[in-house]
Design a protein around this ligand. Structure first.
Ligand SMILES: [Zn+2]
Length: 593
């Protein structure tokens, strides 16, 4: 077998079959698996049904019993989402659905054991299934169950959903778990099933900020879609610090898909898969489970997206042309079912012929949506680091990278050494190590890099220092406006919290700002949290309010930010005697956000 992701496929994969007229057809496996074979992928793990106690990690025993009942007798009245429509009952549906779940669970176990870095389960990705209800062609949620398996080993999981439909089931099943970040790019629920996936669905309680949604307009097209993925995934991976990546690569975003309207190309979907692979290596020690998902142009699109996804994990370029023998083999069947000639190449040429393209207002709406998602879900420091060119989170894995999972990184124990609050200079930083979780991002070595870059760019910072450790940071970064800075970090390592250090650092910072005659603005959102041990959302807001109360005045949030993140807080510090034009500039910054 050629080197590449462990390919999950077996006879049972063909049994997940809602019938000949259903869009999610096992017909896709014939051309799909054969094309995978042409690029060097041979099945290495045949799915077998997951046990009931495994399904019960996320599904109710009642629901499993209901699926079993339909499985034995498909004729009963509709129940739990099963019946005429999207999820018709079929004989053997429990075993077939449990086998899809089993495939994803065994695949992630192979990764957890270290047998393989990457696995790919094209028959998986049934992301709509809910705790006690079938939905959107999905009975058991294999992707969410694989995540649950990794959580049993206490690994932190980043889930990336590239299907054109919102990954509602995976989101819902891990909505209150701060150890799972779900990120879904999808066609807006205004025009497409399942109707959810709004920016404001951010996660619950302590998990607030770990559910990220990027709803895009119909006809978005490949470049804006890819740009949204590139804008969000790397920076969120850096902020969250996953131990493993699980991704869903539905092929239904394609322009030729009969059920949706995103207008993507196989080229853009292959590029997104390569990005996910890079992020798995950069931020998760290379651990990556990819699944398939939707995709209803089963000859023209699905096989190519499967091959490109596997090739991304094999770290190989796609061949240009599809094999002539493959095209000859499937041309007739394709013409019968999809009624059009098969394409000639793996990747679509730019300007794939489609009837319509996105209008200007919809393109502008997409731009604003991505900006809003970033504002709310990306820690300010990381956002500003990209804007000001301090760091590229989509960079290659550094040569020297010896990444430890933040969960495994032991924070320094609090010592008797006194802690002092001092202005931070590049020279002072050279002799200090940043304590884990004193600030974003999750990786404290990367945090130290960002801090250095910030100071070189004219940022002002105060720090709390205990011995050789930097245990707290308050950082004001320049904005594009003269004399207006932004508070982008204010944090303290766990052992040193609740001792007044944040207040002391902020006071020192504000004094420094005042001396320079500079305004300081602060926007606190759900993104500002300790990714490993986050406080409940309302408590985070209270802490921010208490810290800012002395020197800052609260300002009204921009309406779209308030709608998405009602706990967000916008405040400004205007030192006495600040020139009128600086005040005006600060006010204009505040009103633009
Ligand atoms: Zn890889």
């Amino acid at each position: 077998m050629a080197d590449g992701p462990l390919l999950v496929f077996g006879p049972r994969s063909l049994a997940y079959d809602f019938g000949p007229r259903h869009p999610l057809s096992p017909r896709r496996f014939g051309p799909g698996i054969e094309l995978l074979g042409h690029v060097g992928a041979e099945p290495g793990l045949a799915p077998e049904p997951a046990a009931d106690d495994e399904l019960e990690w996320l599904h109710t025993a009642d629901y499993i019993a209901t699926v079993r009942r339909f499985s034995a007798d498909p004729g009963g009245p509709p129940e739990a989402g099963i019946g005429p429509g999207d999820d018709p009952a079929f004989a053997g549906m429990h075993e077939a659905s449990a086998a899809v779940a089993g495939g994803s669970i065994r695949a992630i176990e192979a990764i957890l054991r270290g047998d393989v870095d990457h696995a790919y389960h094209p028959g998986g990705g049934l992301h709509h299934a809910m705790r006690a209800r079938a939905s959107g062609f999905c009975i058991y949620n294999d992707a969410a169950l694989a995540i649950a398996r990794a959580r049993r080993d206490e690994l932190r999981v980043l889930y990336i959903d590239l299907d054109v439909h919102h990954g509602d089931g995976v989101q819902s099943l891990h909505y209150d778990d701060p150890g799972v970040m779900t990120v879904s790019f999808h066609e807006s629920g205004r025009t497409l099933f399942p109707g959810t996936g709004l920016v404001g669905e951010l996660g619950e309680g302590i998990a607030a900020g770990t559910s990220v949604n990027v709803p895009l307009e119909p006809l978005t097209g490949p470049e804006p879609w890819l740009s949204a993925v590139r804008t969000m995934v790397p920076v969120l991976a850096a902020a969250f610090g996953p131990d493993i990546v699980v991704s869903q690569h539905g092929a239904d975003g394609h322009a030729w898909d009969p059920l949706a309207h995103m207008s993507l190309t196989t080229t853009s979907m292959g590029e997104a898969a390569r990005l996910v692979d890079r992020m798995a290596h950069r931020y998760a020690g290379g651990r990556w489970l990819a699944t398939g998902g939707g995709g209803y142009a089963v000859y023209h699109v699905v096989p190519r997206v499967w091959a490109l996804t596997w090739l991304a994990g094999a770290h190989r370029e796609a061949p240009r042309m599809l094999p002539a023998s493959w095209r000859a083999r499937w041309a007739g069947t394709a013409a019968r079912w999809d009624d059009a000639p098969l394409p000639e190449s793996f990747e679509d040429a730019p300007g794939l012929p489609i009837d319509r393209s996105i209008g200007r207002p919809a393109a502008e709406k997409n731009r604003r949506t991505v900006e809003l998602v970033r504002t709310v879900t990306v820690p300010a420091l990381l956002s500003v680091a990209e804007e000001r060119g301090w760091w590229r989170f989509d960079g290659a894995v550094p040569e020297s990278a010896t990444r430890t999972a933040p969960a495994a990184e032991a924070p320094p124990a609090r010592r008797e050494t006194p802690t002092v609050v001092v202005p931070l200079t590049p020279a002072a930083l050279d002799s200090l190590a940043v304590a884990p979780r004193a600030m974003s991002p999750a990786d404290s070595a990367l945090a130290a890099e960002l801090l250095r870059a910030a100071l070189r760019d004219g940022a002002v910072a105060t720090g709390a220092v205990s011995g050789e450790w930097l245990v707290g940071v308050a950082l004001a970064a320049p904005t594009p406006l003269d004399a207006v800075d932004r508070l982008v970090a204010l944090g303290v390592a766990p052992e040193w919290r609740r001792g007044g250090l944040a207040t002391a650092m902020l006071e020192a910072l504000v004094e420094e700002q005042g001396r320079g005659g500079r305004a300081l603005v602060a926007l606190h959102t759900v993104a500002e949290r300790d990714p490993l041990d986050p406080l409940p959302r309302a408590v985070r807001r209270e802490v921010a309010e208490r810290l800012l109360r002395r020197a800052f005045q609260e300002r009204p949030l921009p309406p779209e930010v308030a709608a998405a993140d009602p706990f967000a807080l916008l405040a400004v510090h205007l030192p006495i005697g600040l020139p009128g034009d600086v005040v005006a500039a600060a006010e204009s910054w505040l009103s633009r956000r």
